[in-house]
Design a protein around this ligand. Sequence first.
Ligand code: ACO
Length: 338
Amino acid sequence: MKKSPTAKTPQPNRTVSIIGTGSYVPERILTNADLEAIVDTDDQWIMDRTGIRERRIAKEGEFTSHLAAAAAKRAMENAGVTVDEIDLILVATITPDTFFPSTACHVQRLIGAKNAACFDVNAACSGFLYSVEIAQQFIANHTYSTVLVIGADKLSSIVNWQDRNTCVLFGDGAGAAVLRNREGSHGVITTYMGSDGNFGDILHMPGGGCAVPITRDNADQKLNTLHMNGRETFKQAVTSMMKAAQKALEQSGLTTDDLKCIIPHQANIRIIEAMASRLNVPMSKFHINLDRYGNTSAAAVAIALDEANRTGRFQVGDYILLVVFGGGLTYASSVVQW
Ligand code: ACO
């Protein structure tokens, strides 16, 4: 007799591993002092409220796919895999080169991954961890064996450069990881994902989709740019990242004492400080680079992971926690044994 499916707590699965990471940020640096010449702001305000000192801005003709492809090449090199071995490419982004083809297809063309299936994932800043979970499922089910996961955004293309409330916060960049089945005790142990569409309008781009196609009038009203309720976003960011982190730890049977390193979404230093205090974890456990890159959306946690990996913040066997929050709203957290 056929058994009916039963709901159960996700079981740790340690066979799917991140076997390599890479990242790329554009060369051009936009400092807080540079922003003082664009909007009514100052370095002191930006540093005190956000911890951001500078961010990278893509040059003209440099699109999300170019940032993504550069990060992908570094991740494949770090993983020791050739481009022909990639059989799925996932690009998490809210700033695709085009609505379609997907940015993943653009990346496929740029890197020559002729054996890969490709699609984009839209979960705003949470997109990289959502994509890690999708990759994990495909690999665990033996559908694909080597998956390239990329978080990439060119937020400078949707920021309103006349709005000081938002333009100081964001930057451009990409981070990537190669995931593969690796027998043994190490791997992505669990990922918890959550969303709440009721809070969609606290951080969104109202125009550009089929609901509000862009016209000359609404472009003048900047409906094709990012809009944010900063205070509400801050509150929701802390609450939802705390929930995601606690759920992921619970699912993996670990506590914060077991963690070597926490890699949070790089939105605002005060959000990370609030989490550190609530989790009762020292700030030194968090890998932070938002001072140099600002908030790079889907790329943020992926760039930080690559940096932490390459600078030896954790070793084989160490437990790390990744935790993100983004528009949607969306949130997620992964526990990984490196
Ligand atoms: N420079 C100078 N003054 C500014 C600036 C600026 N860049 N921006 C806003 N102000 C002013 C405001 O106009 C306001 O002035 P007023 O009191 O005369 O009206 C004053 O500073 C205080 O503004 P608040 O919004 O209350 O400042 P707050 O302390 O909340 O900080 C901030 C604002 C930094 C945006 C904060 O709310 C925040 O970080 N929110 C979360 C943002 C975030 O993380 N977004 C992305 C998350 S998800 C994703 O990554 C896509």
